[in-house]
Design a protein around this ligand. Structure first.
Ligand code: GN1
Ligand code: MG
Length: 365
């Protein structure tokens, strides 16, 4: 299979972690909109592993790569401690284990991006969709547990890897600016304008979580910030979650951002880029399962407002990502990777449809 980076580039990045180790096989993982991910096989290393995941981080999206890697390394070490202290833990699989380079750096800074490495998690696979309420419940419990495990991380505060990442108000402002600036000549397309109006109409709902935080009703926590089904690895035999992955956006945030992302990724059956909006429907039974799983693990620490606004979380995150997709479309697709010219427009349309459906069938707080 052809890879995005040359084999020589991949070999030389890997060599910084294990100098002289042979690269026997490389396969590219084509998921994810932001980074490039490769599975690399080598001969057995001192730590017993021979399979690793080598990633080239996108420095355009993550300009503060060292801050990001510092977060990721601290989280990985904190989870390792928790895992070591728990006799029932599944230590080889329950957290990502990042490696320093042979000379002690967090990775390799190159023109193409920042290369970092972690151990491949055995007997675990990523899946795009939860197939049943039981799977959704288990996934929400895994993210709830992740949040609970990080609740006692020692200071300092984690770095905000993408400042204002879930500042929904700012995301709306960026959308308005994109339409005014019209850099890619797409702002006058009737469908783009129709979507703009749709997102504007739901702005009060989109801001409901942020406004509750600003009223002091919920605290800042350490959150994952991309809590979707494909960001957990599951056991291929029984589908049970084994590990939360993609820690790049782990930073200070709100609990409802994670719960909202879970809803965004699991409430509908249709994928994020479903072109036929008639297929997009929020399923109350999936919401119930997600809330049940999340509360089982994180409920003990949530405030009354966080519990009351659980359904809002889903609408907020769906609207926010939809607004980001539409902004990117109007600006000329410079952020999210696209596979077709109108991809971001289609994604924005599906997210708006999903948020509308959530607002119609779930008990918004
Ligand atoms: C991006 O690359 P991926 O799929 O992990 C994005 C998330 C969005 C998601 C939408 C850093 O995540 O915020 O929810 O696409 N990540 C970043 O699919 O912007
Ligand atoms: Mg991500």
């Amino acid at each position: 299979m052809a890879t995005t980076h040359s084999l020589e580039t991949i070999r030389s990045a890997f060599d910084a972690f294990f100098p002289g180790a042979p690269v026997l096989r490389v396969a590219q993982n084509l998921g994810g909109h932001i980074n490039q991910t490769y599975f690399v096989e080598t001969t057995r290393r001192k730590d017993g592993c021979r399979l690793f995941v080598l990633q080239c981080l996108n420095k355009h999206v993550f300009p503060d790569v060292l801050g990001l890697m510092d977060n990721v390394m601290r989280i990985s070490e904190h989870l390792e401690k928790k895992s070591l202290a728990d006799p029932a833990a599944d230590r080889k699989r329950d957290h990502l284990h990042y490696l320093h380079t042979a000379d002690g750096r967090l990775g390799v800074d190159a023109a193409a991006g920042f290369w970092r490495l972690y151990r491949f998690i055995p007997h675990a696979e990523g899946r795009l969709q939860a197939e049943s309420p039981a799977e959704a419940r288990a996934a929400a419990a895994a993210f709830g547990r992740f949040q609970a495990l990080l609740a006692d991380m020692p200071p300092p505060r984690l770095v905000e890897t993408i400042p204002a990442f879930h500042d929904t108000r700012r995301r709306y402002e960026a959308l308005e600016c994109a339409f005014i600036e019209n850099r890619a000549g797409r702002a006058d397309e009737p469908e783009a304008r129709e979507l703009l109006d749709g997102f504007r109409a739901l702005r009060p709902l989109a801001l409901s979580v942020q406004e509750s935080f600003e009223r002091g009703e919920m605290p800042e926590r350490i959150t994952h910030n991309d809590a979707k089904y494909s960001n957990i690895l599951v056991d291929p035999d029984d589908g049970h979650p084994v590990c939360v992955i993609d820690l790049d956006t782990c930073m200070p945030g709100l609990s409802l951002h994670d719960f909202g992302d879970l809803m965004r990724s699991m409430c509908a059956e249709a994928p994020e880029d479903e072109p036929d909006v008639s297929k997009i429907r929020a399923r109350p039974e999936m919401y119930e399962a997600l809330a049940d799983g999340f509360l089982a693990e994180a409920g003990g620490v949530l405030t009354p407002a966080e519990k009351r606004l659980l359904p809002n979380g889903g609408a907020v995150m769906t609207l926010e990502v939809g607004v980001r997709f539409l902004t990117d479309y109007v600006e000329g697709d410079h952020y999210f990777r696209v596979a077709q010219p109108r991809h971001n427009l289609i994604r924005a349309r599906s997210q708006l449809a999903l948020a509308r459906s959530m607002a119609a069938v779930l008990p918004m707080g």
